[in-house]
Design a protein around this ligand. Sequence first.
Ligand SMILES: [Zn+2]
Length: 273
Amino acid sequence: MPELPEVENVKKGLKELVINKQIKYVTVLWGNIVKDPIVETFISEIKGQRIITIERRGKFLLFVLDDYVLISHLRMEGKFRVEQSSVPLTKHTHIIFTLDTGEELRYLDVRKFGRMSLVDKNRVSLHPSLASLGPEPVCEELTVEKIRLFLSNKKRSIKSCLLDQKMVAGIGNIYADEILFASGIHPARIGESLTSTEISKLHHDIIDIMEKAVASGGTTIRTYSNAYGREGSFQQNLKVYGKAGTACVNCQTPINKIKIAQRGTHFCPNCQI
Ligand SMILES: [Zn+2]
């Protein structure tokens, strides 16, 4: 699943292709992708809207239109492509935005898990997808105090807390494992058990790793290699994710993989006690 750095990469690529273009009309081939409003309203309201810019919040792409914001969550396999209308559709194309240039912004999704919402511009921050999101992992928004407050009553694992979009927006399985390794914190530790020194370290590593991953264009893993516009290179910096059985870069102990919060979780049993 694309996490914040990969969605940021998609956003940058799409901005170069569709900004200032007008959506002449939209064709919905698989209605379940449209979460709200109902498909008929989605189609009638988006008609004629211009794409002013594209923003990102957590793992959500936000297409800012004249009067609306199109919120898109790619979930597992969703991706956008801009093609000339003469290029044949693949069977995984579910929504087609026909642009005034004659090109088509196509939404493809093998698993059909992705979702879109068309929301009134001045109510976008209140939309359920975005309203409960925590701060972005940048120092202007994410403070040590906010993490400390969030963790103060959490009886579940720190891994689960990092995946919780209410603590920090945009972290998924890959970066949660990498952040905990950097901080030397065992992923099964209970959230409220972290010391203030550990919380400060965690805060630093969340921002540091997410910044580096964004700068590298995200992580491109074999199975996702076609999911984004451009391939990222952060996979070269991964220290534990996908490394089960290989030697820890710090201490040579084999990296362990267990299940925490229903997710495959990688850690060094020596560095993260
Ligand atoms: Zn180690």
